[in-house]
Design a protein around this ligand. Sequence first.
Ligand SMILES: [Zn+2]
Ligand SMILES: [Zn+2]
Length: 96
Amino acid sequence: MSAQLTENSMIECQRHGLRPPAVICQHLERGRDLGFFQPDPDPDDPQSFIQHAWCGHCDEVLEAEGDWTDRAQAFAAPYCVCEGCLDDIRKRNLRK
Ligand SMILES: [Zn+2]
Ligand SMILES: [Zn+2]
């Protein structure tokens, strides 16, 4: 799961202002209790400075595919939100 972002990328959020971006799957933003998954920290990943997150549906596809294949990417249809939004989304979707 990746996007064309650099370490200095910022996005302007209507709610949170100028913030660093985070990449999430298409289901999380409007979802609730979907589960909240993030990659293990990988210092070799050139995109590791950006937070990535996906939901339980995407995690099932990811498990079946074994990696972020084209099929898994197409299912997740990842896009950017700001880190403030990511916090809200985490609270809403993290299963207790
Ligand atoms: Zn998802
Ligand atoms: Zn935001």
